[in-house]
Design a binder for this molecule. Structure first.
Ligand code: ATP
Length: 235
């Protein structure tokens, strides 16, 4: 059984159809990437899973449970973390406060402390900056904080929407290294990226979305060497 399964989903913004018959699976322990150009429907796919937009048709299963109609709050409590495009940390709150927001579903103090330590092991910089306001940090640090905040809830599935966006190449390298490391330690990841080259290098499998439809899918390695993809996305 897949951890996440999208079955023929369709999503509309008013009369505009953003997703057409999207089917996709993420198995436990995988990094699956969804690549495609601007406006292809990548963010809408993640929002459909986390319950930020309603489906016009189709269904979504998480751990075998039907979550098609669940609102965002409930998908979070079930273990789906969604790090949105543009990071959206709370700029006027400190690093510590931002992280604690992520821990809202964790009742036990000891567990919160354990999660904090775990987040610091991935992002030592956050520990040094605990009292700094989120908005005063660099783009890369804010991305790390956004991922750290998502990890605080100990999710079963981590969905990342363009974590490399707007970051310097060396920081992008670091972020992708951390994504790989998280996965090596068991985290299942659904990664949306325009940066197809780097995403396919770390992904077990990938899907290519174009104007709301999946046009290609396969192992990351295979897609990396696919001519159609090389021309369209890796140029
Ligand atoms: P990007 O990288 O630019 O976010 P994307 O692949 O994530 O691209 P989506 O943001 O999912 O694409 O958008 C898919 C389509 O839906 C686009 O045509 C977009 O213009 C449209 N769309 C997205 N959000 C809305 C909205 N709130 N209202 C109307 N149309 C929208």
């Amino acid at each position: 059984m897949s951890l996440l399964e999208l079955k023929n989903i369709e999503t509309y913004y008013g009369k505009i159809q953003a997703l057409k018959n999207i089917s996709l699976t993420v198995n436990r322990g995988e990094i699956v990437t969804l690549i495609g150009s601007n406006g292809a429907g990548k963010s809408t796919t993640l929002k459909s899973v986390s319950g930020q937009v309603k489906l016009g048709a189709g269904s979504i299963l998480f751990n075998g449970k039907d979550i098609t109609k669940l609102p965002a709050h409930d998908t979070t409590l079930l273990g789906i973390a969604h790090v949105p495009e543009g990071r959206r940390i709370f700029p006027r709150m400190t690093v510590k406060e931002n992280l604690m927001v992520g821990a809202f579903g964790v009742k036990n103090k000891k567990q919160v402390q354990e999660q904090l330590e775990r987040v610091f092991s991935y992002f030592p910089k956050l520990k040094e900056r605990l009292d700094q306001k989120g908005g005063t940090m660099s783009g890369g640090e804010q991305q790390m904080l956004a991922i750290g905040r998502a990890l605080m809830m100990k999710p079963d599935l981590l969905m990342l929407d363009e974590p490399s966006m707007g970051l310097a190449p060396i920081i992008v390298e670091q972020i992708f290294e951390i994504i790989k490391e998280l996965n090596n330690e068991g985290m299942t990841i659904l990664l949306v990226e325009q940066n197809a080259y780097q995403a396919l290098q770390i992904a077990h499998r990938g899907y290519v979305i174009q104007t709301g439809e999946i046009i290609l899918q396969g192992p990351g390695e295979e897609l990396l060497h696919n001519n159609q993809i090389r021309e369209a996305y890796l140029a």
